[in-house]
Ligand binder design. Structure first.
Ligand SMILES: Cc1ncc(COP(=O)(O)O)c(C=O)c1O
Length: 405
């Protein structure tokens, strides 16, 4: 029997699983781990949305198969959101597809548009499905450094000029997971210009567009004139309304890409449970004060954590303008460990779990990512633990780590 499954062979061991193993062992030994590892929102969704779900469940007809591209009411709600937020009109029939979370949308878009040997350009580090979606689909990924200055355009053009085969698409994600980098519309204008010149599609992941803290709402790439000729954008209910488990996201933009995604999804799924779609439409169409409150909550967590870490002596802490992450360089004394070993050390010595940057690509190995998913009380406790850890002799910790391995 052949168990060299082609797609499985292409996937490396899951980096985060290693940290999870250490985390589980520490918990089993009675440690209270403060867990900043996964970007898993900890708030309840808006009350009127869960109420809508309850109400929708009462209709006996809602338990049947739904539509894989999403019910029309939800596609219309997403069109209204783009109009309200970005001043853009999209046709809910041809330019919008509901997805089972944006991760599913990204993965199935990769399936839809990849052929054997096709090349996709993905910044490194990046949210894993941006890379692995194409790898699973049988395509090749050419990474470029995840930067937001002039070097991004230079690297992009160089990659496009030298690629042995013309790349099909570029992925962008701002505000970014894991780096928390943000960009302005001028950045997107250059990206669109370059991709149009080379005939390359753009897949933009806008998961964190409502989590911003400087009064400047992040732009959509689709606001660039003519961007819908070559770009599609993914958004999600997971972060904006803390509905991560509900599995609702969207793809919006280029008709050909939306048609490709819609077609492949029609073969693969029947859409998210209908009452969930009805409640998601209520979230988009209803009052938005929840989003303001959520933003304020993440902002105050960000401030407590960033200020605490700076005071604790963590060097080069960058306070992000948006996203739900802090992207922290590994302290100098531990830099040679790399992000995986450093994450294990922090877990063992400070009871704090973070995501090792290498889990997002080799370009992330100099950093760890902290998700703002613990409350302020626990953030303060984590800061105290980290302060104690940083005040101790690194040689002692390195010795402990060696002993444990
Ligand atoms: C950048 C980015 N895109 C997409 C997703 C997936 O979101 P969803 O819950 O909509 O699948 C995440 C989740 O953390 C993310 O960080």
């Amino acid at each position: 029997m052949n168990d060299d499954f082609y797609r499985i062979q292409r996937l490396p061991p899951y980096v985060f699983a290693e940290v999870n193993k250490v985390k589980a062992a520490a918990r089993a030994a009675g440690h209270d781990i403060i867990d900043f590892g996964m970007g898993n929102p900890d708030s309840a969704p808006p009350a009127h949305v869960t109420e809508k779900l309850r109400e929708a469940l009462k209709d006996p007809k809602v338990h049947r198969y739904s539509l894989s591209r999403g019910i029309q009411g939800l596609r219309k709600a997403q069109a209204a959101y783009y109009q309200r937020r970005f001043g853009l009109e999209f046709d809910p029939e041809t330019e919008i597809c509901v997805t089972i979370g944006s991760k599913e949308g990204l993965a199935n878009m990769a399936q839809a548009i990849s052929g054997p040997g096709d090349v996709f350009i993905v910044p490194d580090p990046s949210y894993p499905i941006h890379t692995w979606g194409f790898v699973i689909a049988g395509a090749e990924v050419t990474p470029i450094p995840n930067t937001t200055d002039e070097s991004f355009f230079t690297n992009l053009k160089h990659t496009l000029d030298t690629a042995p085969r013309k790349p099909v698409a570029l992925v962008v994600n701002y505000p970014c997971n894991p780096t928390a980098f943000s960009v302005d519309l001028a950045f997107y204008e250059q990206v669109v210009d370059i991709c149009r010149h080379y005939g390359v599609y753009i897949l933009s992941d806008l998961a964190y567009c409502e989590l911003y803290y400087n009064g400047n709402p992040p732009p959509s790439i689709l606001q660039v004139k003519g961007a819908r000729d070559l770009a599609v954008e993914f958004t999600t209910m997971s972060k904006t309304y803390s509905m991560a488990g509900w599995r609702i996201g969207f793809a919006v933009g280029n008709k050909k890409l939306i048609a490709a995604l819609t077609k492949i999804k029609s073969y693969l799924d029947y859409g998210t449970f209908l009452p969930v779609q009805v409640a998601a439409a209520a979230a988009l169409n209803g009052p938005q004060d929840y989003v303001d409150q959520l933003r304020a909550k993440y902002k105050s967590r960000r401030d407590v954590l960033a200020e605490g870490l700076i005071a604790a002596g963590w060097d080069n802490v960058v306070i992000p303008d948006a996203s739900m992450f802090l992207w922290l360089p590994i302290p100098k004394a531990y830099a040679k460990l790399g992000s995986l070993e450093f994450s294990k050390l922090l877990l063992q010595q400070a009871d704090v779990a973070v995501a090792p940057g290498v889990g997002f690509g080799p370009g992330g190995d100099t950093h760890v990512r902290i998700a703002l998913v613990e409350n302020k009380l626990r953030i303060r406790q984590a800061v105290r633990n980290i302060k104690h850890f940083l005040s101790e002799d690194p040689q002692k910790h390195l010795f402990e780590l060696e002993k444990a391995s």
